[in-house]
Write a protein that binds this ligand. Structure first.
Ligand SMILES: Nc1nc2c(ncn2[C@@H]2O[C@H](COP(=O)(O)OP(=O)(O)O)[C@@H](O)[C@H]2O)c(=O)[nH]1
Ligand SMILES: [Mg+2]
Length: 371
């Protein structure tokens, strides 16, 4: 048997040669599972050969991190400089960025760390260029900005590189639950009719991952790829924005063509160098990061509207407490909430209460404790 790379290429070849239909879908699913298992093995090996340290170490800071992803020379470094003032060499030749350069964008009260990275090149997910390192930084980000050049609109191939690295863009995790057992074989349950998977192909895919005993519960009409993602277990789900840079060079006709080419993916047109469309881009970034601004109101006093605590959608009072002084979170008894998340103004809630943008919150402390 050849190297992992060769084995993967061979199986990919077989998938291409196999016509997809009801009779072959189980077989194709199993082949895809084999590839996913080989990729996991490859990751494991590259981690152990690099002494466990995978990728660049980038110190995260701010309220969220966005990775700039694009091929070389699309204008990533220029954009970073114009959004954040960070100096990233944006020389007029290719491959200028030699390592990851962070900058901080302050927008709508939030601090957003932006990472400018070496350009992705085709084959990055197989380790070409600095691909694997770049991809590991993408995996730890909260948002991806795909930057395209009007002359290089290969958005789908960028997406393919991320897919190959286990990153799923603008998608939610499949509704599949696994419950491994020690013995007893495989049990498959579904809450809906399955049109892409049957019990024997589910078993064949699970077997590739050595999932021999336990329950597979499918809560949607999942595809083989969905089941593989859940079995592989290391997938990352990220939102993304697509922007076409160098729009200053485009005629309205060419813009129209680009819009049609990228459809159904919406794209923003910007010019990093000429500062065009950057306000809209910053709004799109803040929207995609789903910030939730919460204002604190000391008991019996008006709220402090000057400085919100920045949380993310899905955060609850518990996450708010993590951001407050330790004495306050230790003495926490309950919270009072005014705003969209409250059923009525001043509702008393516990740590699990989900907060909404623009909420006003008072932390009520235990008797005897100082607020
Ligand atoms: N016309 C035009 N050129 C740009 C724009 N943004 C960047 N460039 C040029 O594109 C080239 C590559 O830019 P750079 O930021 O180094 O790209 P990177 O490799 O993606 O970091 C440089 O010559 C930039 O001056 C833009 O908005 N319009
Ligand atoms: Mg650069």
């Amino acid at each position: 048997m050849g190297s992992i790379e060769e084995q993967i290429a061979e199986i990919e070849d077989e998938i291409r040669r196999t016509q997809y239909n009801k009779a072959t879908q189980g077989h194709i699913g199993r082949l895809k599972a084999k590839i996913a298992v080989l990729r996991l093995e490859r990751e494991k090996r590259s981690r152990s050969s690099s002494g466990g340290a995978l990728g660049y170490s980038v110190r995260k800071s701010g309220n969220a991190t966005m990775a700039l992803v694009g091929y070389p020379s699309v204008g990533k470094s220029t954009l970073l400089t114009h959004l954040t003032g960070a100096e990233s060499e944006a020389a007029a030749y290719e491959f200028t960025t030699t390592s990851i350069i962070p900058g901080m964008l302050f927008w709508r009260g939030a601090a957003i760390q932006i990472l400018d990275m070496p350009g992705l090149i085709p084959g990055a997910s197989r380790g070409r260029g600095r691909g694997r390192e770049v991809l590991s930084v993408v995996r730890s980000s909260d948002l991806v900005l795909f930057l395209l050049d009007p002359e290089h609109l290969e958005y789908r191939s960028l997406l393919g590189e991320l897919e190959g690295a286990g990153v799923r863009i603008n998608r939610r995790p499949p509704r599949i639950v696994l419950a491994p057992h020690d013995k007893g074989g495989l049990e498959v349950h579904s809450t809906t009719r399955l049109t892409h998977l049957d019990p024997s192909s589910i078993a064949a895919i699970a077997k590739e991952f050595r999932f021999h005993n336990g329950e597979v519960l499918l809560r949607e009409d999942a595809a083989p790829d969905d089941l593989i993602d859940v079995l592989a277990g290391n997938r990352i789900y990220l939102p993304a924005i697509v922007a076409v840079n160098k729009a200053d060079l485009l005629t309205p006709e060419r813009r129209g063509e680009i819009v049609r080419h990228l459809a159904p993916h919406p794209a923003l047109f910007i010019s990093a160098a000429k500062d065009q469309g950057l306000g809209e881009l910053k709004d799109a970034i803040a929207d995609a990061l789903s910030f939730v601004r919460v204002y604190l109101k000391p008991p019996g006093r008006p709220p402090d509207l000057s400085e919100p605590v920045i949380l993310r959608k899905g955060d609850s009072v518990a996450q708010l407490l993590e951001r407050l002084p330790l004495e306050l979170s230790r003495a926490f008894r309950s919270a009072q909430v005014w705003g969209r998340s409250a059923r009525f103004p001043g509702q008393t809630v516990g740590k699990d209460h989900l907060l909404a943008d623009q909420d006003i919150v008072t932390i009520v402390v235990q008797r005897g404790a100082r607020a």
